[in-house]
Design a protein around this ligand. Structure first.
Ligand code: MV4
Length: 502
């Protein structure tokens, strides 16, 4: 039985994992870089160890250092969170060799899904629909032209070692095929040290719909329905929701079965996500599998009522799944917005710096996963996401209203954030309608622009005015210079009129 878990991550996800550990009576060990000494996950853990300098490759990506720390602290398992070492097959393998439980899938599953060409072949063999295209790497360039003309333009050229939009190229004209394939190959070689590329038919106006799955080590696998993640900017998700507004019960059931088949095809164990791309007719195709817990996992937790981290730990302990497929259903609607320290009016430039004051939204149906606190200085070395705001409502309309309200009562000063931008998304009629595609943000740049040219200054001024007011009141409350006690403000107030109690 796992008694102590080292969390090989930082930020909100480290805290999220520690929460489940604490609820399960498991001790948590934090690791941190020199830039993260004041990070909340360090204080939140039962123990914490500095593992190196700020750059990730000298700390959060330093496999040796993390293994060494796990041994030193007596942790019997490692949770990798997302990003960093979470999809590193060598790390999963190394943990196993060292007798440390890796809370995630084995190297075979990570490798098979990590190589997109192998993943496509494996899915085809398992009867999971993949985007029409090639299943072998493009070697001969003349052959490539023939193949692409056969598939029919437009196509996507994708790096086999890529994923998440890295090393992708759209080809629309026949005369561009050669140069695009060449460029994709050299880009892939530079980025991944592997120049294998494959071809997919281009899906116009796509929707990104992913399925959460859980699989135990005994061959049982269930899905926890879908998440709609089509609101993206430069392959970064901005808003996620569940259920998907375009889903039907029939397609959901079929996609869910295919998601389970996909996981079973690699003998998956743990929590994972099958990404599908769909067209407007809800034809769907496997895109890739993320072999880790995802940023947006909380919306599934809110609607399905399952703690995914707890289940990851149970699975790692060798337990059988506690849920059967028929035990699970979707209840209500959840939306997540990702709050970044960035200037959305200035090309989404990161806005690191000190959070002077932060006030979180509260109230019914609001969940806030964060590591931010008053006075925290956001380091420049890592992803500038400061929090995830998750709301639940009985239905989509209620959830959107709740998100608007929560974003409106969220106050951060000191750094610029994406809060006003996210709030505007909630107002866009095409978002409210729900049939949006992955082009949503680029199609609504005008509506999403800040209309209030002095919003920052106005709110700063309001804050300063309120503060000066406060100082004045404090001044009035001081003892008078003649040494006599000051006149009570309460008495003065009481004399004017009776207090109305509400
Ligand atoms: C595609 C596509 C259209 N056709 N593949 C981008 C991220 C990576 N996971 C796959 N991506 C795409 N693959 C074919 N055959 C369009 C995209 C795409 C996209 C997909 C999901 C969410 C947002 C996107 C934004 C631009 C392009």
């Amino acid at each position: 039985m796992i008694k102590k878990i080292l969390i090989a991550n930082r930020g909100e996800i480290a805290i999220r994992v520690m929460n489940s550990c604490r609820e399960m009576g498991i001790l948590s060990v934090a690791v941190y870089s020199e830039a993260d000494r004041n990070s909340l996950h360090v204080r939140y853990a039962d123990e914490a160890y500095c593992i190196g300098p700020a750059p990730s490759n000298q700390s959060y990506l330093d496999l040796e250092k993390i293994i060494e720390t796990a041994k030193k602290s007596g942790a019997d398992a490692i949770h990798p969170g997302y990003g960093f070492l979470s999809e590193n097959a060598a790390f999963s393998e190394r943990c196993k060799k060292e007798g440390i439980i890796f809370i995630g899938p084995d190297a075979h599953a990570i490798n098979t899904m990590g190589d997109k060409i192998t993943a496509r072949k494996t899915m085809l063999a398992a009867g999971v629909p993949v985007v029409p295209g090639t299943t072998e790497p493009i070697v001969d360039l003349d052959e490539a032209v023939k193949t692409i003309v056969e598939i029919g333009l437009p196509v996507m050229v994708k790096a086999s070692a890529g994923g998440g939009g890295k090393g992708m190229r759209l080809v629309e004209k026949e005369e561009d095929i050669l140069s695009s394939v060449k460029a994709a190959k050299s880009e892939a070689l530079a980025a991944f040290g592997n120049d294998a590329v494959y071809i997919e038919k281009y899906i116009n106006s796509p929707h990104h719909i992913e399925f959460q799955i859980l699989a135990d080590q005994h061959g049982n696998c269930i899905h926890l329905f879908e998440r709609e993640c089509s609101v993206q900017r430069r392959h970064q998700k901005v808003v996620e929701e569940t259920p998907s507004p375009i889903m039907t019960p029939e397609v959901r059931e079929e996609m869910g079965r295919h998601a389970v088949a996909a996981a079973k095809a690699v003998n998956y164990a743990g929590a994972g996500t099958i990404e599908f791309i769909t067209d407007d007719q809800l034809n769907y195709y496997f895109l890739e599998m993320n072999t880790r817990l995802q940023v947006e996992h909380p919306i599934t937790e809110q609607v399905v009522g399952v703690d995914l981290v707890r289940e990851q730990i149970n699975i790692a302990n060798g337990e059988k799944l506690r849920y059967r497929q028929e035990d699970l259903s979707q209840h209500g609607h959840a939306i997540e917005t990702r709050i970044y320290a960035e200037d959305t009016d200035n090309n989404f430039m990161p806005s690191p710096g000190k959070i002077n004051h932060i006030h979180f939204p509260l109230g019914a149906g609001v969940r806030h996963d964060t590591y931010a606190y008053n006075g925290y200085e956001i380091p420049i070395y890592y992803d500038p996401m400061i929090s995830k705001l998750v709301v639940w409502g009985n239905n989509r309309e209620e959830a959107i209203g709740r998100m608007k309200r929560a974003l409106g009562s969220y106050k951060i000063s000191g750094v610029k954030t994406s809060i006003p931008f996210l709030s505007r998304i909630m107002d866009v009629p095409d978002f409210k309608k729900g049939g949006y595609t992955t082009h949503f943000i680029q199609n609504h740049t005008e509506a999403l622009k800040s209309k209030d040219s002095c919003s920052e200054e106005c709110s700063d001024l309001a804050a300063i005015t309120a503060f000066v007011d406060f100082l004045k009141k404090q001044e009035r409350a001081k003892p008078a210079s003649n040494g006599k006690a000051p006149a009570s403000q309460w008495k003065a107030f009481g004399r004017k009129k009776a207090v109305t109690r509400l």
